[in-house]
Design a protein around this ligand. Structure first.
Ligand code: ATP
Ligand code: MG
Length: 365
C-alpha cells in the first residue's frame, strides 16, 4: 500500500491544501506552529477515523468554519512487478466533520464515496506514529497505556473495534443510569440487565484481546531495551458487578471493567538486579526507549496481521533521539513508507537526505 496524497479543507490551520507523498520517504520541514503536526494528524485520521491529539473532533474544524474535510488516496499495486506501469488499484478515503449553526456535530466516513461506520472505515491503511508524546505511554497516566493498546488492537482486529465501540457506548449508558439511581434513590433492576449483559460480553472480549497482545509484546525479542509488561486488568463479570453494586451508586460510575485496566511496565534495575517499575524508576531516556520499543512491537504486529505494511509518521522525533536511535529510525525508514516532520533538516543527516522528497511548508504559505 502507498499513501499517495491528501487534501485538506478547513482542517486546523489549513484552509485549503493538497500534498503528494513519495512512496518511500517524505520530509515535511517548517518552523514551529506552521502545521507539521496537524498534517500528520490528518493522515492519522484517515487511517483510524480519530485524531491522535484530541478527543474533541470539533477542535479539528478551523476556527469560525462549519465544515472540515480530509481526503486521501491510497494505492495498491495489484501485481508484483518491477515495471513502473503495473496496474494499480486506488482507494479514496474521506472524513467530513460538520457543525450546524444549532450546534449539532456530524461526522462522516467514506470509502470511494460510500458512507461507512468508523469501525468499517478503519483498516484501509495502517499507520504507526512516533512522536515526542509517546513517552506518556510509559510515564503518563493509565489511560495513556490503555490508549496505546486500543490504538494497536483497533487497527489489526475488527472484532476488537466492534467490541470496544459497543463497550464504551454501553458503559456510558450504564453510568447515566447509575447517576439517575444516585439522584433518585430508586433502582430498577430490569433496566440494568440489558446494559450489564452488554458490558460483560464486550468487556470480556476487550480484556482477552488486550491480554493476548500484552503476551505478544512480552514474548517478542526486544531490539533496543528489554522490559516486561504486567497486565493488571479489572475483570468484568456478573459477580464483580454485584460485588461493587453499592459502591457504584455512590460513585455514579461503573467501577470495574477494562476502562479501568492498568499495564505496569517493569525493567531490570542494575542496582537492585530485580524488576522495577519504569514509570517511577526509569530515567527519561529509558522511558523513551521503552516507548520506542512499544512502537516497534506495533509495527511488527501490523506487519504480521495485516495485508499491508504500515505507513510510518514521525513527528519531530529526530530532535529527541541520540544518534544510535536515529540510526534505528533511519533503518525503519528504508523498509516502510515514511512521512516525517522536522524543524531543521540537518537533524536527518546529509547522506540520507539526498534520496528523500522534501515538502517545505514555508513555501506553501
Ligand atoms: P511545532 O514545530 O511547534 O510542533 P507544528 O508545525 O507542528 O509546530 P501544529 O501543531 O501543526 O504546528 O499547529 C499549527 C497551528 O495550527 C498552530 O498555530 C495552531 O494554533 C493552529 N490551529 C490548531 N487548531 C486550529 C483550528 N481549529 N483552527 C485554526 N488553527 C488551528
Ligand atoms: Mg508539531
Amino acid at each position: 500500500m502507498v499513501f499517495k496524497k491528501i487534501s485538506l479543507q478547513n482542517f486546523r490551520n489549513y484552509t485549503k491544501a493538497e500534498f503528494e507523498f513519495s512512496p518511500s520517504t517524505t520530509i515535511i520541514v517548517g518552523p514551529n506552529a506552521i502545521g507539521k503536526s496537524n498534517l500528520l494528524d490528518a493522515i492519522y485520521l484517515l487511517s483510524t477515523g480519530k485524531s491522535n491529539r484530541t478527543d474533541k473532533d470539533i477542535q479539528l474544524v478551523q476556527f469560525g468554519k462549519e465544515v472540515c474535510r480530509i481526503g486521501g488516496k491510497v494505492s495498491e499495486v495489484l501485481r508484483v512487478s518491477k515495471v513502473s506501469d503495473a496496474p494499480e488499484e486506488e482507494t479514496d478515503l474521506e472524513v467530513v466533520f460538520a457543525q450546524s449553526p444549532t450546534g449539532f456535530f456530524q461526522k462522516k466516513y467514506m470509502v470511494n464515496g460510500v458512507s461507512k461506520r468508523r469501525a468499517d472505515f478503519q483498516g484501509k491503511m495502517s499507520v504507526v506514529e512516533f512522536s515526542p508524546l509517546d513517552i506518556d505511554i510509559v510515564a503518563g497516566q493509565p489511560g495513556s497505556r490503555r490508549k496505546f493498546l486500543d490504538e494497536v488492537l483497533e487497527q489489526i482486529d475488527i472484532e476488537y473495534r466492534n467490541a470496544h465501540v459497543s463497550y464504551t457506548k454501553a458503559i456510558r449508558q450504564r453510568n447515566a443510569l447509575l447517576e439517575q439511581v444516585q439522584k433518585s434513590g430508586i433502582r430498577n433492576e430490569k433496566l440494568f440487565i440489558y446494559w450489564n449483559e452488554l458490558v460483560i460480553k464486550n468487556g470480556q472480549i476487550v480484556t482477552a484481546k488486550r491480554e493476548e497482545f500484552i503476551e505478544y509484546i512480552n514474548n517478542r525479542k526486544k531490539e533496543i531495551f528489554d522490559f516486561t509488561l504486567i497486565y493488571d486488568n479489572s475483570i468484568i463479570s456478573e459477580e464483580r458487578l454485584l460485588q461493587y453494586k453499592d459502591a457504584e451508586v455512590g460513585a455514579g460510575v461503573t467501577l470495574v471493567g477494562p476502562h479501568r485496566d492498568e499495564v505496569i511496565i517493569k525493567a531490570v534495575s542494575k542496582i537492585s538486579k530485580s524488576l522495577e517499575e519504569v514509570k517511577y524508576f526509569g530515567s527519561r531516556g529509558q522511558q523513551r526507549l521503552v516507548s520506542l520499543e512499544l512502537k516497534l512491537s506495533q509495527i511488527a504486529i501490523i506487519d504480521e496481521k495485516m495485508e499491508n505494511q504500515p505507513l510510518l509518521l514521525l513527528d519531530d522525533v529526530f530532535s529527541e533521539l541520540d544518534s544510535s536511535n536515529i540510526d534505528h529510525v533511519l533503518d525503519l525508514m528504508n523498509i516502510y513508507q515514511t512521512i516525517a516532520t522536522t524543524t531543521h533538516k540537518e537533524f536527518i543527516g546529509k547522506d540520507s537526505l539526498g534520496q528523500m522528497q522534501m515538502i517545505d511548508l514555508t513555501e506553501q504559505k
